[in-house]
Design a protein around this ligand. Sequence first.
Ligand code: NAD
Ligand code: MG
Length: 391
Amino acid sequence: MRSVSIFGATGSIGQNTVDLIARDPGAYRVVALTGGANIAQLAEDAIRLKAEVAVTAHDDRLDDLRAALAGSGVEATAGQGALVEAADRPADWVMSAIVGAAGLAPGFRALRHGTTLALANKESLVTAGPLLLAEARAHGATILPVDSEHSAVFQALVGEEMEAVEKIIITASGGGLRDWPLEALPKATVADAGAHPNWAMGQRITIDSASMFNKGMELIETKEFFGVGPDRIEAVVHPQSIVHALVGFRDGALMAHLGAPDMRHAIGYALHWPDRRELPVARIDLAQIATLEFYAPDLVRYPALRIAREVMEAGGRSGAVFNAAKEIALDAFIAGRIGFMQMSEVVDRTLSAISPRLCLVSPMSGLEDVLHTDHMARNTAWSEIEKMERT
Ligand code: NAD
Ligand code: MG
């Protein structure tokens, strides 16, 4: 029986993972499930899956969690320390699906136990890619990508040599504002940007799709995970979201991965890897879809792609600064303090403000260094927003 833990079990990726595990209860022993403020969901899943421990990220919710688990035999713990402690409980397979920089520490800790880490948390690769891969190597652990594009690339590479790879192309839906006239974009509201044409996801990642900050993160993830130079990585707009990524080889062949826009595909692939098992996802009917379109993204419409490319070139700490600044820019957009197109201005200004102070390209020494850079970039981004508000 395989032992599994799910970090961020109550979120969108986490719930899809719980769904797959719950379909085959005899095959898994669930070690830890973690969540945030949604205690009812966390407790319900922990009891249903007979987890050893349920962890809420919020210290002040421990009593609520204990009450919800009373009599079930599931242990309750709380707080950031408890999350890392849960990652110290050995499991064969660990899903890293906490959102944001909070997902870094549990993932790093799980790698120490030589686990297979299914990585949905993009921030881990964007902010600390080289450290994470080194940690996995040092402990004989395996990292499997769960972002749909990276899972698609990973699958297209099965049995191939990296030397034969000419380029990696990831697709982008173009987001909810794809067909808006350029001059209307500065006036886009949170509701406009928060509606996705193809994928059902949380509000933040949906707005990040409209701005393509999400795709920018994914370009950086691609560089870090597959070790391919920025000049060999491309993003292409594909409104149907059926082709998730393509790998081009030196003989001119292009291998594409197609699938329904359902995260259970990428999660299930990581869960059963290296096998392929039946998954409860819709099958593609090409004759019904009839048309698959592709076009180059407009960098004036999507400045996030230009900035991500600069970050890929710079490396070092710039990924951590990029991630933190785009988080703060998104907070400010959702709070109504800046416009939709100003999010990229905040990220540009933060990167420029920090580079003279801290050598952006210098490598990071450890997790502390990543978190320090993250913290500093957040403060800088807020002061840039205040400056923008004054002018
Ligand atoms: P979500 O917001 O739906 O869920 C996040 C989970 O993290 C929840 O369980 C929440 O309780 C927990 N969490 C939030 N803040 C926390 C904190 N400070 N400490 C501990 N736990 C905390 O997010 P999601 O959409 O499931 O995304 C999870 C990760 O996967 C993100 O990094 C996201 O970019 C990535 N991802 C998501 C999708 C998708 O389709 N949703 C696709 C690809 C990658
Ligand atoms: Mg993706």
